[in-house]
Design a protein around this ligand. Structure first.
Ligand code: TYM
Length: 341
């Protein structure tokens, strides 16, 4: 039988790559729930820098984006007293566990991953890290015996794979890993790009003006991007699953999530108004929601030592869970433990 963790709280694990501007899609799809539920749960939120080097990258940029993401985690309201916030590469068990899981994962499972197929099509040469990317993600989750993994829709396939890998390892070596549950938001699981509502808002394109709204963008930039967002030639402001209404629907979803109003109330509110009015209101709602985030982020970025100190504390707490789990995993596969002399 697996041990029940001491606090009896549901254990949550999730992460974000420090690979570009963090945007409202990341917030509405994942972080919002992390913040809302942090007091009831036992939380592990990782900055997955080892995932970020699976594509060509710039080391000085990675360093900056890692601290930046740490500041964003705190600025959106994650409380380091109840959340273990840490950098993946500062907890070596993630890489170690990934290796062992690589050895129980059929390559065919990895070649079927949509993200791998898309990214390997885009890149000139594909490195092995990109293929085993989801195994590292499985290691992240399984090392902590996480009960829940709250993510946006684009990560569903990776979390399903983590479940498959856990089951396969348990089958081969005996009950070791908890099989985690995928948790998706009912609304906001896939926020669309503002310049192309047929595609998801994506960190890798967030530097292109008009694509995304960054969590620390200033009000003028937010107004500019929302005003220029792609809609359609109609006039109806209603929630719709129709493809040609995806732009308006996306703006309405953002509005719904940030105001907490019901869809009926929102449709009634916008009845008879035009798209320009919708965009103005959506922009103002976003600006109001992000203002405290931007302020707190700036304060945090003024004190990088404090940020590094919090990350060191987080890594220490994470190691407190990951290291004993790693010892158990090594024992299960038959590695001889280091003798204490
Ligand atoms: P990443 O960094 O691409 O995204 C971070 C989180 O934001 C969600 N997300 C979105 N949600 C709604 N609409 C969007 N347009 C949108 N874009 C992104 C993602 O689903 C994710 O929840 N491989 C992961 C990071 C990772 C991880 C983990 C996650 C590594 N290890 C372990 C969970 C558990 C990734 O690249 O997410």
């Amino acid at each position: 039988m697996l041990k029940i963790n001491a606090t009896q709280k549901i254990r949550v694990f999730s992460g974000i790559q420090p690979s570009g501007k963090v945007h409202i899609g990341n917030y509405l799809g994942a972080m919002r729930r992390w913040v809302a539920e942090q007091q009831q749960k036992e939380n592990y939120f990782c900055i997955v820098d080892m995932h970020a080097i699976t594509v060509p990258q710039d080391p000085s940029q990675l360093k900056r984006l890692t601290r930046d993401l740490a500041a964003v985690y705190l600025a959106v309201g994650l409380d380091p007293r109840v959340c273990t916030i840490f950098v993946q590469s500062q907890v070596p068990a993630h890489a170690e566990c990934c290796w062992i899981l690589n050895c129980v994962t059929p390559v065919g499972w990895l070649e079927r991953m949509t993200q791998y197929k898309v990214k390997s099509r885009e890149g000139e040469s594909v490195n092995a890290g990109l293929l085993v990317y989801p195994v590292l993600q499985a290691a992240d989750i399984l090392l902590y015996d996480a009960d829940e993994v709250p993510v946006g829709e684009d990560q569903s396939q990776h979390v399903e794979l983590a479940r498959d890998i856990a089951q396969r390892f348990n089958h081969l070596y005996g009950e070791t890993f908890k099989v985690p549950k995928l948790v998706l938001p009912a609304v906001g699981a896939r926020i669309k790009a503002l310049n192309d509502p047929t595609r998801k808002m994506s960190k890798s394109e967030a530097h292109l003006r008009g694509h995304a709204i960054g969590l620390v963008d200033d009000p003028d930039e937010i107004r500019y991007v929302v005003r220029r967002s792609v809609t359609d030639t109609g006039r109806e402001i209603t929630f719709s699953k129709q493809e040609d209404k995806a732009g308006v629907n996306n703006l309405l979803e953002i509005y719904e999530l940030l105001t907490g109003k019901s869809q009926e109330q929102i449709e009634a509110h916008f009845a008879g108004k035009g798209y320009a009015a919708l965009k103005e209101e959506v922009a103002e709602v976003i600006i109001a929601a992000l203002e405290p985030v931007r302020q707190r982020y700036q304060e945090l970025m003024d004190d990088p030592h404090e940020l590094d100190r919090l990350l060191a504390l987080g890594a220490e707490r994470a190691r407190g869970v990951a290291d004993p789990k790693m010892a158990e995993i090594k024992r299960k596969v038959g590695f001889v433990p280091l003798s204490k002399h």
